[in-house]
Design a protein around this ligand. Structure first.
Ligand code: ADP
Ligand code: MG
Length: 367
C-alpha cells in the first residue's frame, strides 16, 4: 500500500502564555512512501515525527492537506477504519492480560461481519507471535517479560490484523544498546517478510540509516531532505542535515573562499574554481581526511583513538566548531605520536561547503 502525503500541515494552538501564534508541528509535508518500503522519519525531539505518525494513523486530523493510502483519500477516515498497526515507544501493553490476550485484543474488538471465530483469532495471534518469535511466551504477563520481549508483543499486536500500514514511533528507545541493534534487525526482517509499508520514527540517525529504504530528515516541522540513506549522507542539502547524519559527526570549520581557493584559517585546503569570494562553513566527513606530511591543513595533534577496526586521529584547529576533530584513517597508517601537529589533505568528495547565512550547500567542482 503506497502512502502519499500532499501538502499536509498540522497546527496546534500555543500553550505558552502570551504567545498567540500557533505551533506548526508539521509544515507542508509532501512525500510518498512506495508500496512495501520502510521509510525512516528522522529528526531531533520536537521536529514533528510523532505528529506525522498520528496524522497517518488518524489519531489527529491535518489542519490542511490530504493523505492517501493507495488511491484512497483517508484524510477524513477514522483511525479504526484505516487498517494501520501502531507501535508506541512505551509498548502500551495491557498489564493484566497475558501475551496471547494482548495480541488477541485488536481481533476481539472487531465487530459484525469482520468478527472472526475464536479458533481463527487464535490462529492469527499465533501466526503474528511466531513472526516475532514469542510464541513460547503466550501465557506470560507483560511484567514477566524483558523489554525486548515486550516490544515484540507490541509488534505482534500491531501485526495481528495484517495492517495495510505499520507505524512505529521510536520503538527501540527503551531497549539497551545490544537489544536495540538486534530488535532493529528483527523489525527489518519482519517488514521484508510481510512487505507491509512501514513508517519508522526515530531521533537516532544510525538507526534510521541502517534500517530504512528511504529517510526523511526533519527539523522544526519542516522536511529538510528525502532520499536513500547513503545518498543523503553523501549529498546533504544543508549544514543541518550534514551535521545530523554520521558517527563520528562531520567536522565543521569556519572558512572562506578566496580567489578560487577554499581557505581554513591560513591554509588553502582545496581549489574551488568559479566560486565567489565569501565566508562559508566547511564540513569535512571524518573519512575525508588523508594523513599527508605535505597536506595543506595543519592541525594540533591531540592523540589517537582506536575504536574496534577504526583508528581516529584526534586533533584541534582554531577554525573548527567541533571541540575535537576526528579523522578516521585506515588501520595500516602510521601516526607519529611525538609530533605536535598533524597535516592532512582533504578528499574533495567528502568536503561540503555551505552558505554562511542560509547554511544551504554550495556545490563546487574541485580540480
Ligand atoms: P517529535 O515526535 O518529533 O518529538 P512531536 O510531533 O511530538 O515531535 O511535536 C512537534 C511539535 O508540536 C512540538 O513543538 C510539540 O510541542 C508540538 N505538539 C505536539 N502535539 C501537540 C499538542 N497536542 N498540542 C500542542 N502542541 C503539540
Ligand atoms: Mg515523538
Amino acid at each position: 500500500m503506497k502512502i502519499v502525503l500532499q501538502n499536509v500541515t498540522k497546527k496546534f494552538p500555543s500553550r505558552s502564555k502570551g504567545v498567540r501564534e500557533d505551533v506548526v508541528a508539521v509544515r507542508d509535508f509532501s512525500f510518498e512512501v512506495p508500496d512495501g518500503q520502510l521509510i525512516g522519519l528522522l529528526g531531533p525531539s520536537g521536529c514533528g515525527k510523532s505528529t506525522t505518525l498520528n496524522l497517518l494513523c488518524g489519531l489527529q486530523k491535518p489542519t490542511s492537506g490530504r493523505i492517501f493510502f493507495g488511491d484512497d483519500d483517508v484524510t477524513a477516515l477514522p483511525a479504526e477504519k484505516r487498517g494501520v498497526g501502531f507501535v508506541f515507544q512505551s509498548y502500551a501493553l495491557y498489564p493484566h492480560l497475558t501475551v496471547l490476550q494482548n495480541i488477541l485484543f485488536p481481533l476481539e474488538n472487531l465487530k459484525g461481519k469482520d468478527r472472526l471465530s475464536k479458533e481463527a483469532m487464535r490462529e492469527k495471534a499465533y501466526e503474528a507471535a511466531r513472526l516475532v518469535q514469542i510464541d513460547e511466551l503466550m501465557d506470560r504477563k507483560p511484567s514477566e517479560l524483558s523489554g525486548g520481549q515486550q516490544q515484540r508483543v507490541a509488534i505482534a499486536r500491531a501485526l495481528v490484523k495484517r495492517p495495510r500500514v505499520l507505524l512505529l514511533d521510536e520503538p527501540l528507545s527503551n531497549l539497551d544498546a545490544r537489544l536495540r541493534l538486534q530488535t532493529r534487525e528483527e523489525i527489518r526482517r519482519i517488514q521484508r517478510e510481510t512487505k507491509i509499508t512501514t513508517v519508522f520514527v526515530t531521533h537516532d540517525q544510525e538507526e534510521a540509516m541502517s534500517i530504512s529504504d528511504m529517510i526523511v530528515v526533519m527539523k522544526s516541522g519542516v522536511i529538510q531532505q528525502i532520499g536513500k540513506p547513503q545518498e543523503v549522507y553523501d549529498n546533504p542539502v544543508n549544514l543541518f542535515v550534514a551535521k545530523f547524519l554520521g558517527t563520528p559527526p562531520i567536522n565543521v570549520f569556519s572558512g572562506r573562499i578566496d580567489g578560487g581557493r577554499l581557505m581554513i584559517g591560513g591554509d588553502a585546503v582545496l581549489a574551488v574554481p568559479g566560486l565567489d569570494d565569501q565566508e562559508v562553513w566547511v564540513g569535512v566527513r571524518p573519512e575525508g581526511f588523508v594523513l599527508d606530511d605535505n597536506g595543506p591543513l595543519c592541525c594540533n595533534f591531540s592523540g589517537v583513538e582506536v575504536m574496534g577496526r577504526d583508528i581516529s586521529v584526534v586533533s584541534t584547529n582554531a577554525a573548527c566548531e567541533n571541540a575535537a576533530i576526528r579523522a578516521i584513517i585506515s588501520a595500516e597508517s602510521r601516526v607519529d605520536t611525538q609530533k605536535k601537529t598533524v597535516r592532512f589533505s582533504l578528499n574533495p568528495g567528502k568536503v561540503f561547503i555551505f552558505d554562511r547565512e542560509t547554511e544551504a550547500r554550495i556545490p563546487f567542482e574541485s580540480i
